[in-house]
Design a protein around this ligand. Structure first.
Ligand code: UDP
Length: 452
C-alpha cells in the first residue's frame, strides 16, 4: 500500500491585484515556515514581469504564461479572462508541482474566484477560500439574494442585519447600491456564498476581538477561521525573521525619498494620504482633496499613482512644494510606523485599515467603492479610530470638510481619544497573531489539517 505523506504542497491563488496579493503572500510565508509545508503561489506573467523575485527559501512562484497577450483592462472582462486562463492550466500545474514527498493536497484560493473550488475538488484537492475583506462584509453579502442581486430589505432607516450596526445606504458596500457598474464583479461578489457551502475551510483576514459579534454570528452559520491581521511579522509579533515586506509589489515604492522626508519632520506632524492601488478619484474630487490638504496646514505625504498624477494641477504642484511630498507609491508599512505620521487619510481598503489598526494610526476615512464604505463605518463608529468625511450632494467631499476632518484627528480633543483607541487595537492585533493568540491558534490548526 502506498504510504501517505505527512507533508503537503499548498497552492495559493490570489486574484492578481495588490490588495489581494499582499495578504495571500503573507499568509503563504506563515505556512511555509513549517518544514512539512511547501507553498507555491500561482499568478500570471503580466504580474511577475513587474515584480522582483522573492528570496530563496521562501515561497515559490508559478507564473502562467499568456503568450504576451495583454490582459483586458476592464475588471469585468479581466475576471472572465483570468477564469479561463487558470482553468485551462490548472491540471497541468498540479501535475507538475506534485511529487511523492510533497503531494499537492490543498488549494488556498481567493474567495472572489468562486470557481476555483471546483477546480480543486475535481482533482481531489481540498479547497480553502481566503477572504481579503472583513467578516462584516460577508454578513452583508450573506444576506444578498443572488437571483435578484440585491439585499433583502432596505428602507429609509437603513438595513438591519444580524450582528451588524444599523447600516445606512452610505455604509453599504458599493455593489449593493450601485447597480450595474461592474456586472460580472458584482455577480462574483454575490456568488461568494457558494464558498460558504462548498469550501472545505473559510479563512478570514480578521481577528476575533476586532469583529466579535459579527464573527460569533458567522460561526453559527459556518465554520470560519480568523487568521489576521496578516501583515509582515516585524510590525507585529516579530516571529518571522527579517519579515519586513509583503514581498510582491506591482508598484515600485519611492522608499528612500519618503523615509528621508519623514525623518526631517516632527513627531506626529504629518498626514499620510493614500487611496490604495485601484481607486480613481474624479478630477473635481482630486482638486478639492489637494486644496483641502493645503488648507489643513499640516505637512502631508501623498501617494498618487502614476496614472492619477495628471489630475494634479501645475499651480497646486508649485504652491504645495514646501508643505508636501508627492510620490507614486510608498512603503506604506514603514510610513505608517514612522513617528512623524500623525494620521492616515485613507480610502479604507481592508489591508490599509488593518495596517493602520495594527500600527496604531488614527484615520480620516474617505471611502470610494466596494467594501470601503462599510470599513469606514466600523472605523468611525465601532472601533472609533477615525473620523469619516461627509460628501456633498454631488458626491464630492469639499475642501473645508477635508481640512476640518484632518484637524479633528491631528489637533482636537477627539484626536486624543482616537489615538488612545488606535493604541488599544494595536495591542489586541499583536495579541491575536502572537504565540497562543486566537489567529495564531487557527493558523496552527489549519497547518495540521493541510498535511493530512
Ligand atoms: N500600499 C503601498 N503603498 C502605497 C499604497 C498602498 O504599499 O503607496 C499597499 C498597502 O500597504 C496595502 C495595499 O497596498 O497593503 C492596498 O490594499 P488595500 O486593501 O488597502 O487597498 P486596495 O488597493 O485593494 O484598494
Amino acid at each position: 500500500m502506498e504510504e501517505k505523506s505527512n507533508k503537503s504542497h499548498v497552492l495559493v491563488l490570489p486574484f492578481p491585484v495588490q490588495g489581494h496579493i499582499n495578504p495571500m503572500v503573507q499568509f503563504s510565508k506563515r505556512l511555509t515556515s513549517k518544514e512539512s509545508v511547501k507553498v507555491t503561489l500561482i499568478t500570471i506573467d503580466s504580474v511577475t514581469k513587474s515584480m522582483p523575485i522573492l528570496e530563496s527559501g521562501s515561497i515559490k512562484i508559478h507564473s502562467i504564461p499568456h503568450n504576451d497577450e495583454t490582459p483586458p483592462q476592464s475588471y469585468d472582462l479581466f475576471l472572465e479572462w483570468f477564469h479561463v486562463l487558470v482553468s485551462k492550466n490548472f491540471t497541468k500545474i498540479v501535475e507538475e508541482l506534485s511529487d511523492s514527498e510533497y503531494p499537492v493536497k490543498v488549494l488556498v484560493f481567493d474567495s472572489i474566484t468562486t470557481w476555483a473550488i471546483d477546480l480543486a475538488h475535481d482533482l481531489g484537492l481540498k479547497g480553502a477560500a481566503f477572504f481579503t475583506q472583513s467578516c462584516a462584509l460577508s454578513v452583508v453579502y450573506y444576506h444578498m439574494d443572488p437571483e435578484k442581486n440585491n439585499i433583502c430589505v432596505f428602507d429609509d432607516d437603513g438595513v438591519c442585519l444580524p450582528s451588524l450596526p444599523l447600516l445606512q445606504k452610505q455604509d453599504l458596500p458599493s455593489f449593493v447600491c450601485q447597480t450595474d457598474l461592474y456586472p460580472s464583479l458584482k455577480k462574483l461578489v454575490f456568488s461568494r456564498n457558494i464558498n460558504f457551502k462548498k469550501a472545505d475551510w473559510l479563512l478570514f483576514n480578521s481577528f476575533d476581538v476586532l469583529e466579535k459579534e459579527v464573527i460569533s454570528w458567522l460561526r453559527t452559520q459556518c465554520r470560519i477561521k480568523t487568521i489576521g491581521p496578516i501583515i509582515p511579522s516585524m510590525y507585529l509579533d516579530k516571529r518571522l525573521k527579517d519579515d519586513k515586506e509583503y514581498g510582491l509589489s506591482l508598484f515600485k515604492p519611492n522608499s528612500e525619498t519618503c523615509m528621508k522626508w519623514l525623518d526631517s519632520r516632527e513627531i506626529g506632524s504629518v498626514v499620510y494620504v493614500s487611496f490604495g492601488s485601484l481607486a480613481n478619484l474624479g478630477e473635481q474630487q482630486m482638486e478639492e482633496l489637494a486644496l483641502g490638504l493645503m488648507m489643513s496646514d499640516f505637512y502631508f505625504l501623498w501617494a498618487v499613482r502614476a496614472t492619477e498624477e495628471n489630475k494634479l494641477t501645475e499651480e497646486f504642484m508649485s504652491k504645495s512644494k514646501e508643505k508636501c511630498l508627492i510620490v507614486n507609491w510608498c512603503p506604506q508599512l514603514d510610513v505608517l510606523s514612522h513617528q512623524a505620521v500623525g494620521c492616515f487619510f485613507t480610502h479604507c481598503g481592508w489591508n490599509s485599515t488593518l495596517e493602520a489598526l495594527s500600527l496604531g494610526v488614527p484615520m480620516v476615512a474617505m471611502p470610494q467603492w466596494s467594501d470601503q464604505p462599510t470599513n469606514a463605518k466600523f472605523i468611525s463608529d465601532v472601533w472609533q479610530t477615525g473620523v469619516r468625511v461627509k460628501a456633498g450632494e454631488n458626491g464630492v467631499v469639499n475642501r473645508d470638510e477635508i481640512a476640518s476632518s484632518i484637524r479633528r484627528v491631528m489637533r482636537e480633543e477627539k484626536g486624543v481619544m482616537l489615538k488612545e483607541n488606535a493604541i488599544k487595537w494595536k495591542k489586541l492585533a499583536k495579541e491575536a497573531v502572537d504565540e497562543g493568540g486566537s489567529s495564531d491558534k487557527n493558523i496552527e490548526e489549519f497547518l495540521k489539517l493541510v498535511i493530512n
